[in-house]
Design a binder for this molecule. Structure first.
Ligand code: 26V
Length: 812
């Protein structure tokens, strides 16, 4: 906790402003003021950062490194102020200087270096590790362009590059002296020296990896961990630009461009894997730089390499950093001279892996030819890992070639990253109970039977500091007032709020808070989208990546159905609703883009139809991102978690909504199951096919969407309206959606679940009409959300996987 008083802060701030801008505060723009504030906070943090590192060194505590291609941090000013414990002090101090802190906070660019759930989870984990006093650090890529900005033009998604660094990043510190060299291409020469094989990597291309460090501030505990993001930069001595003639100059520029391309842009697809060379380069680039720097740091602080596995843990966020396994082997065997068996034992002890999806199309596998050419030595090491692994399999499962082929790492001309990650790690985990069971029983069953002890569950979580305390300060105050503030450091204490669930005063207060958040969102919607929504209506929200399995289509067709019913019967007795959507589609995912166009088209029709628009409105909010989620989620009445059962590994927005007092309508998928178990059937609305039914259909067939549609006039009408000109004169516009539901037999059971969903929505209406019952449900959801704090998740990782100590208890 930072010890400073308001007057000192004010004078530090003015001084900082003058120092970096060379002018008086009164002459500064708002952005100048933001810059001065962020720089000052960074200065405050710097000393704690140095002290933390000193402590880690002195205590020789185990260091955890969380390797991830994505860290979706959003804005940092607010969370840094909160965690330093100087939020109120700064707000007041700035106020006295005539500056509105909130206004400055909005000027910060979102740090959008991630696609969705996986990247945001990594960000929540960093916050929790620091707040629990775990020496855990992030390692990733400093993309020049993060996830694209989404514009909606003519009802459709248009991608605009994200230029988040255009005005610099005040939170990072470039550490040029800690740069590392990553080697690509070339050949491997083998030599016999004293009876041992020596491997020399020659004729490779050098890429310089330059680290940018960001402080990760723990909650009021003087801990500052590090997020290290690597940027690819050309080496000036690889090409001496000045002395080249024209031809070589061109070559030099090509070298520069090809190097810079590595950290140029985040791949904007999180469900469909393409075997692109650049992606493979990105993966090896950050993993190699990260491991080199970990080992360099370990040795330079007096560590004995033979004890490395007692002193570090490396976690792989999905398969993207899996090359950490062979890279660590390379360094231990080739550079440190450790024998293969020992190196392998250590590597296995160090590495652990989380799986985040069972979608087959997202599984990474690299063509052998491409792989070998780009990473010749790493390929040899994987071959050796695979050879030894398969030798073991042949002994264990003699003659079972099918099984062995499936488990092999290099098979059918591909290097399979999940297989390598499982074989190379001592721990493999799923992200919710159901998901882990599916991994064990289905997706990874061969590995599970081979290594049952490796597999474990770690249900995801979210940081309640950002998703409750920052996003919803009024609800936080109400909790403090009713149950005290212990929930801040012990989030499961939120359960004490349960006893206020029936308290009419608390219920009224909850409603008042929700209404204020709804008003704020309504104002924002009007300001940026020009749509006036009814603040009294139920805010029914589905915000997440666009994907067929998440079934925004199901949500949309029930709105189309409701529209039909309202036109048939203008007096239809329904609760007025505002349907709110947001989310980005991968640029090449045409079906998902068509769904965005459909939602916007339906929205336009309904919002402009005076026969219905007093009762329902539809809004698709542009450019979903962390900061927008912070505005939308606290304003939601109803949380839509309607994925096809088995497909959503966990979901994390479901947890954010419940923590902010929304009621959930859900399938029993991912973490929804555990939310249901927590709050009980009376405080959540469940519908749809069960796990067993879905798996049975996938395995044995028997589902026919066409038959369902043809036998039902109500469904037929909606589905036909996709192609009969009702929504677009261009009858081909939504044909892909139509074909998916009809011709291709509705892979995600939208039609099958339709009536069950409608019934559940009817139940939601009934519950909502009973204000007191509804508020009670909200309160119960809030009370039970503490278990979904990422602090709980991280404690489980620390004790169950990493073997690292958390200093939390003794820091209290
Ligand atoms: C996959 C791929 C495939 C290759 C191209 C680039 C790329 C980038 C990201 C991914 C990861 C997709 C997996 C993912 O994000 N899963 C989500 O993870 C959340 C956190 O565990 C979980 O809550 C969501 O249910 C799950 O869909």
């Amino acid at each position: 906790m930072l010890n400073i008083d308001k007057e000192t802060f004010k004078s530090d701030y003015i001084q900082k402003f003058i120092e970096i801008h060379g002018k008086d505060l009164e002459e500064g723009t708002d952005y100048n003021k933001y810059e001065a504030l962020a720089s000052l906070i960074r200065d405050y943090v710097a000393k704690m950062w140095i002290d933390t590192n000193k402590r880690y060194k002195e205590n020789k505590s185990k260091q955890v490194y969380y390797f991830s291609m994505e860290f979706l941090l959003g804005r940092l000013l607010g969370s840094n102020l909160l965690n330093l414990g100087i939020n109120d002090l700064c707000r007041e101090g700035l106020n006295e200087l005539g500056i509105d802190l909130t206004k400055l906070e909005y000027l910060e660019e979102d740090q959008g270096l991630g696609n969705g759930g996986l990247g945001r989870l990594a960000a929540c984990f960093l916050d929790s590790m620091a707040s629990l006093g775990i020496s855990g650090h992030g390692c990733g890529i400093r993309y020049k362009h993060g996830f694209f900005n989404q514009k909606i033009i003519n009802f459709s998604q248009v991608e605009v590059p994200d230029d988040w660094l255009k005005r610099g990043n005040l939170w990072e510190i470039k550490k040029s002296d800690k740069a590392r060299i990553v080697k690509f291409g070339g050949e491997v020469k083998v030599e016999y020296i004293d009876g041992n094989l020596k491997f020399h990597h020659v004729n490779y291309e050098k890429v310089q990896a330059v680290p940018y460090d960001m402080p990760i501030v723990g909650y009021k505990n003087n801990v500052v961990n590090t997020l290290r993001l690597w940027s690819a930069e050309p080496l000036s001595n690889e090409f001496d630009f000045s002395s080249f003639n024209r031809g070589d100059f061109k070559k030099a520029m090509e070298y520069k461009d090809s190097v810079e391309a590595i950290s140029q842009v985040l791949y904007p697809d999180d469900s469909f894997y393409e075997g692109k060379l650049l992606r493979l380069k990105q993966e090896y680039f950050f993993v190699s730089a990260g491991i080199q720097s970990i080992i360099h740091h370990f040795k330079s602080t007096g560590g004995n390499i033979k004890e490395l596995d007692e002193k570090i843990a490396i976690h792989m966020n999905d398969t993207h950093p899996t090359l950490a396994v062979p890279e660590l082997m390379r360094i231990l065997v080739d550079e440190e001279g450790i024998g293969w068996d020992n190196a392998w034992r250590m590597t296995n002890n160090i590495m652990s892996y989380t799986n985040h999806t069972i979608l087959a199309e997202a599984l990474e596998k690299w063509p052998v030819d491409m792989f070998k050419k780009l990473l010749p030595r790493i390929f040899m090491i994987i071959q050796e890992i695979d050879r030894r692994f398969c030798e073991g399999l042949r002994n264990k499962y003699p003659g079972q070639w099918d099984k062995i082929n499936k488990m092999q790492i290099i098979n059918g001309g591909f290097v399979k990253m999940a297989n390598l990650a499982i074989v190379g790690s001592h721990s493999v985990n799923g992200v919710a109970k159901l998901h882990t069971e599916i991994l064990k029983k289905q997706e990874m069953s061969d590995f599970y039977y081979c290594y049952p002890n490796k597999f474990n569950n770690k249900t995801n979580g979210i940081t309640h500091r950002r998703w409750l305390m920052i996003a919803n300060p009024q609800l936080t105050e109400l909790l403090k007032k009713t149950i005290g503030d212990s929930f801040i450091t012990h989030p499961t204490d939120m359960i004490n709020f349960q006893k206020f669930a029936k308290d009419s005063g608390v219920q009224e207060e909850l409603k008042r808070i929700k209404n204020r958040n709804k008003k704020k969102l309504a104002d924002y919607i009007y300001k940026v989208q020009g749509i006036r929504v009814d603040e009294e209506s139920m805010f029914d929200v589905q915000v997440k990546r666009l994907h067929a399995y998440k079934r925004q289509t199901l949500n949309c067709i029930r709105i189309m159905d409701l529209y039909n019913r309202l036109l048939d019967n203008p007096n239809l007795d329904i609760v007025p609703r505002t349907f709110i959507f947001a989310g980005k589609s991968a640029p090449g995912y045409y079906l998902a883009k068509d769904i965005i166009t459909l939602i916007n088209t339906v929205a336009n029709k309904i919002n402009n139809d005076n026969r219905v628009n007093k009762k329902i409105k539809v809004v698709f909010m542009e450019n979903y991102r962390v900061s927008l989620a912070e505005t939308i989620i606290p304003a939601a009445d109803l949380s839509e978690q309607i994925s096809t059962t088995t497909k959503e590994a966990s979901g994390t927005s479901n947890m954010k909504f419940m923590m902010n007092g929304a009621v959930t309508i859900a399938t029993l998928d991912g973490a929804n199951v555990e939310i249901r178990d927590e709050v009980g059937d009376d405080n959540i609305v469940i519908f749809g096919l069960t796990e067993r039914e879905v798996l049975n259909y996938y395995k044995n067939g028997g589902y026919n969407s066409q038959k369902l549609i043809n036998n039902d006039d109500r469904i037929k009408k909606i589905i036909n309206s996709l192609i009969d000109g009702t929504y677009s004169k261009d009858t081909n516009k939504f044909k892909s959606i139509y074909q998916n539901l009809v011709t291709y037999n509705d892979e995600f059971f939208v039609i099958k679940d339709f009536y069950s969903y409608l019934e559940a929505q009817k139940k939601v209406d009934d519950l909502y009409r009973n204000t007191s019952r509804w508020q009670e449900m909200c309160a119960v959801n809030i009370a039970h959300s503490g278990i979904f704090s990422s602090d709980r998740t991280i404690k489980e990782y620390a004790t169950g996987i990493w073997g690292s100590k958390c200093m939390y208890e003794n820091l209290q």
